[in-house]
Design a protein around this ligand. Structure first.
Ligand code: MN
Length: 426
């Protein structure tokens, strides 16, 4: 859909203005100490995975308003991520949800992924709902269930997910556990934790040694009195008990209001246990809004910790897997994902502009105002020319959303797939 020539044609009218803006930043005396080509290169290297379940219109428990042209097969989902990747060159991987997206035609899928320049990075298990013909119900839990037969079914499902992932060269299993209780007394809190630990250890033992298990936490929902894994402390304790390849996954929406998420990121980096990140935006809870739409300063502060820990030799240098985990209720999902990636890259770019040496001096001298001003200086810099330059140098569109609209992508997808195609997912 977007050949190199098509992208060059779409970029042409924007090029002069872009070059002017980029040069303005490069000439700024304030940024003289910054290696701007190095920043652009880091932005080009940054990749964030797109989940197979977020390419259709999302809904709430009250309803869903379909957009049309939604991908209804895994092949169509890969094709949609291919469109994003062609435009921004920053979304080169897909996270699969099992059982919504069980791969069938493996050679066909491998060929399609290769054509689109994509890889499958992770598989996500689902024991939060019952599937048709499933012998045991997850109504009262899965990996933490009181009944061993239910736990074994849930363990086997996770092992099956690893099997599907191996066929497509994925190396990560993400476990988000919905288990918990709705009323006081319903569940024995310590025993539920221990059963979960045993179940996760059994899955971990069955995983290949070069795989990573990401353990996600969430304070409430679907259970409203207690969740078995409600917070990063519980995730960390489980990972430490299971093994080095078990890592904590931070989902931005999975915190109570006003939680200092950047401090959690700093702690997990320090302990060498931050393995994954799910990006979204939050006003109240797990709202799954566009990343950076509500609290851009918080997103910047989180990236500030990621960048700061990456340059600190004393911090373990484990890889972090980044993914967007959002729902798109009123926007075109593909446009929302392009916005999300751009907001993520902008926050990252701003964090890369922070004058760390001067910040360190200000912190050591307890110069509160100076330290804060250094962060504000970076945060208030308009980094859009840096992000656009990264898109351009890697062969994408200077303005991905404008290019998407100019090419009439959604209209084409509706013509091909119909007005009422339904995508599995949120
Ligand atoms: Mn998540």
């Amino acid at each position: 859909m977007f050949s190199d020539q098509r992208l060059a044609d779409l970029n042409q009218p924007l090029l002069a203005e872009h070059q002017l803006q980029f040069q303005h930043l490069a000439d700024s005396p304030r940024l003289r100490q910054v290696d701007l080509p190095g920043v652009v290169q880091k932005l080009m290297d940054f990749q964030v995975a797109i989940p197979s379940w977020a390419l259709g219109t999302g809904g709430t428990r009250f309803g869903r308003f379909a957009l049309g042209g939604e991908p209804s097969t895994l092949e169509q989902k890969i094709s949609d991520v291919g469109i994003l990747q062609a435009l921004n060159r920053s979304s080169n991987s897909i996270s699969l949800h099992i059982p919504w997206d069980i791969p069938q035609d493996i050679p066909g899928l491998q060929q399609l992924l290769k054509e689109q320049g994509l890889v499958i990075d992770s598989v996500n298990s689902n024991t939060f709902q019952d599937q048709k013909d499933q012998p045991h119900s997850y109504k009262f839990g899965s990996l933490s269930h009181t009944d061993k037969a239910v736990r074994e079914q849930a363990i086997q499902h996770n092992i099956d997910c690893v099997g599907y992932g191996r066929q497509l060269d994925a190396k990560t299993l993400t476990v988000w556990l919905a288990d918990g209780s709705n009323f006081p007394g319903q569940q024995h809190l310590r025993r539920a934790f221990l059963r979960t630990q045993e179940s996760l250890a059994a899955i971990y033992e069955a995983m290949p040694s070069d795989w990573t298990m990401l353990v996600e936490y969430k304070p409430y929902e679907p259970n409203f009195y207690s969740m078995v894994i409600p917070d990063w402390g519980t995730s960390l304790a489980l990972c430490q008990a299971i093994g080095q390849n078990a890592q904590v996954l931070v989902d931005l929406g999975h915190h109570l209001p006003n939680t200092n998420i950047e401090q959690i990121v700093a702690r997990l980096r320090q302990f060498g246990r931050l393995g994954g990140f799910h990006f979204n935006g939050s006003m109240y809870g797990d709202d799954d809004l566009t990343t950076g739409s509500i609290k851009p300063f918080q997103l910047f502060l989180i990236f500030n910790e990621l960048v700061d820990s990456a340059v600190d030799q004393s911090v373990p240098a484990e890889a972090v897997a980044y993914m967007i985990d959002a729902s798109h209720n009123v926007k075109d999902p593909l446009e929302d994902l392009l916005q999300s990636v751009e907001n993520i890259l902008s926050a990252y770019a701003k964090a890369l502009l922070v004058d760390r040496e001067t910040l360190n001096e200000a912190q050591e001298a307890n110069d509160v105002v100076r330290a804060e001003e250094i962060l504000r200086d970076a945060f208030l810099t308009d980094v859009r020319p840096l992000v656009a330059e990264a898109y351009r140098q890697s062969g994408g569109a200077l303005n991905p959303i404008a290019a998407y609209r100019a090419a009439g992508v959604r209209e084409q997808l509706i013509r091909q797939r119909g007005k009422h195609s339904v995508s599995t997912g949120l």
